[in-house]
Structure formats: C-alpha cells, structure tokens
Design a protein around this ligand. Structure first.
Ligand code: BMA
Length: 353
C-alpha cells in the first residue's frame, strides 16, 4: 500500500469511528521576528510561535511544538521562478515539507497562480474566458499544461534521501464560489470549473504524481449541500472537503462556521471524505480570547481533521493570523494548545506509521 493510501485509510478509519474532534492545529518553526508582528518564511502556516529573544520562555513553557499540518503556497512556480509570490524560495518550501514529513506531520499546498490569459495575478478577474482558454482546445491550453507540469515536478521532487515520496494535500482552485479569482463563480460555468479540476489532476497523474491528495474548498458560505456540491468535481478526484471562512464580525462568523461545518459534515459522511476548515482566522487577532471563546466553540464537536489559520506576512505587519509571544491572544492560544481537543505534531506522533 502506498503511503498516500495509508494516510487515506488512516483518516477514513478515524472518520468512520467518529472519534471526538481531532483538531490539528500547529506551531511551525519560528523564522523571523519583526517588531510588532510575527514574520515567518513559511507560507500560510497554521499556527505560528516565535522563538525570539523575549519569547523563548513563553514558547518553551507552553509549546515548543510544531504544527500537525503546515500549508504553503506555490504561486509563481508556474513561471519557473525560484521564489513564490510571497517571496518564499521553493527550495525552502521543499525543505520544510520534508521536515514536516520527518516529524510525522502533513503539508498542504495551495496555488495562487498567475492569470494565463491576461498575464495578471490570481485576482485579475478582468476577463471571463480564462478558464475556457486553458481547457483542451483553448488558446492557452498548452501554456497551462506546462504550468501544471511545473507543479508536478515540484510534488514529484518531494522525496526523502531514501527516495520515499512525501504525501501532500494539494488544494488548487480554492474559494471558487466567490468571484475574486479568475476561476471564480462568475468567471466560468460549473462544467468548465469541473473540467478544470479533471484536467489538472489528469496532468499531475500523467506526470507521475502519486503522492498527492486533493482538497476541495469553496470560499463563500454555502446555503445548503446542493449549493456546496454545485461545482464539486467528483468523489473520484477529491479526498478532503472543506471551506474557507474568516472572522470580521463575531456572530456572523460563528453562524457561518456552524452552517458550513454542518454542510461538510453531512457531505463528508455521505461521500466518505475527510473534512477540514481549510482556511480561517481573524486578522490581527484583536480578541484576547479568540482561540478558546470563538474558534474552539465554533468548531464544536464536528470531527474535522484540521483547522488552518492564514499566514503571517513579512511585508504587511498587520496581516497575521497566528499569535506571537506578547500578542493580545498569545496566552489564550496557549490554553487552546493545552486543550485535550487540540492535536499538534507531538500529539499525533506520526500520521505515517
Ligand atoms: C492571500 C494574502 C496574500 C498572499 C496570498 C497567497 O490571502 O495573504 O497576501 O499573497 O494569500 O499566499
């Protein structure tokens, strides 16, 4: 059995048994510290803690642990660049994925790729024919195929010194129920969106990628399961289903969480899929009790595999979602960390046994 299959079975077994909440949040490796905000070389980390001078003791006494799931973004790999769109070298990302594997954790990959038609970025929604143009027969099909093959090369290169390919969760075409990315709702039909998924996975598989699991994660709150599944590419492609939702106003956030969790929980059971909160957070975490009084109760008893908070940006110090020592919510985060419901790298020990 391949390692991916083992991971899949491992997760499914747990899901079938409906074990209590498995909250896989994490603390990644500290990289850099900016006055006032945490900065990490790692993209889209789940939970970040600093090992800065002033914070060493806090970290040591409370965490000293790594995330069970870490996430990275592959944006700009399609251009052949050495650094991601957020200026993280791909060699660095590869190294951190291998480190994460060695400590028994999982890595997730998103892809904020450029717009293959206009040359703009993922957020360039000025043309509604981009998806069409990259599907078979479209003017940009070959260009796009070569872009996906760059992703294939990267995922295929995730190998240990012994030549073991490291499993990753690939989560492309996310938040497609909004219309802020060129693959968004108003920019392609459901059929085109599904075809985009099929084509992407076909290219990866043809390129020999056998170490990827695939995640589907809409980005605006679905009304019901039918709406959630409207653009779902199919059980044969997807391993994990989730959603991206953020806090702006607390009551709305809690209501959105509850509604989305109920939907993915019910679909997860019916389709035998792992469920997760694939992106969430409260930018700047101004609420000192956010982790234990909003996020944790918001998740409730839903059997999610993990919850992922977004990145702490180096270039925008207010753009952060994980606390650093001294940050308003840091103490509460430690309580969250110590809660028996939350699992970090040390708790899971290894997903690959
Ligand atoms: C977004 C923001 C951007 C970033 C992108 C990809 O949500 O964090 O600044 O470039 O994700 O990581």
């Amino acid at each position: 059995m391949s390692r991916v299959d083992r991971f899949r079975n491992h997760k499914r077994r747990k899901e079938v048994q409906y074990v209590p909440l498995k909250l896989r949040t994490c603390l990644p490796i500290l990289k850099k510290y900016h006055p006032g905000a945490l900065c990490s070389d790692i993209m889209m980390i789940l939970i970040t803690v600093l090992v800065g001078k002033a914070t060493k003791d806090v970290l040591k006494s409370v965490c000293g642990d790594y995330p069970a799931v870490i996430s990275f973004d592959l944006g700009h790999i399609e251009l052949g660049d050495t650094m991601s769109l957020d200026k993280v070298p791909f060699t660095k990302i590869r190294k951190e994925i291998l480190n994460q594997y060695k400590r028994g954790g999982m890595s997730s990959l998103s892809w904020h790729l450029r717009n293959p038609l206009t040359g703009g970025d993922s957020w360039d929604v000025s043309d509604t024919t981009v998806v069409k143009s990259i599907l078979p027969g479209g003017a940009n099909h070959e260009k796009f195929t070569s872009w996906v093959s760059k992703v294939s090369a990267f995922i295929n290169s995730l190998q240990t010194e012994e030549g073991v390919k490291v499993p990753v969760l690939f989560r492309p075409w996310h938040e497609h129920t909004g219309s802020w990315f060129w693959w968004g709702e108003k920019l392609c039909t459901p059929e085109e969106y599904k075809a985009l998924w099929h084509m992407t996975v076909d290219i990866l598989r043809n390129d020999g990628v056998d170490n990827a699991l695939y995640a589907y994660s809409p980005g605006s709150e679905p009304q019901d399961t039918a709406q959630y599944l409207k653009r779902y590419p199919g059980d044969e492609l997807i391993d994990l289903i989730g959603f991206d939702t953020y806090q702006f106003e607390r009551d709305t956030y809690l209501a959105n969480l509850e509604k989305s969790l109920a939907i993915v929980d019910s679909i997860g059971k019916a389709h035998n899929k792992v469920i997760a909160i694939t992106e969430t957070g409260y930018e700047g975490i101004p609420d000192p009790k956010w982790w234990t009084e909003t996020l944790l109760p918001g998740i409730g008893n839903y059997p999610i595999a993990y919850v992922l908070v977004w990145r702490n940006a180096r270039e925008r110090i207010t753009h952060f979602y994980a606390p650093y020592p001294g940050q308003t919510s840091a103490e509460d985060f430690m309580t969250f960390y110590n809660n028996p419901k939350t699992l970090f790298a040390a708790d899971i020990n290894s997903l690959y046994k």
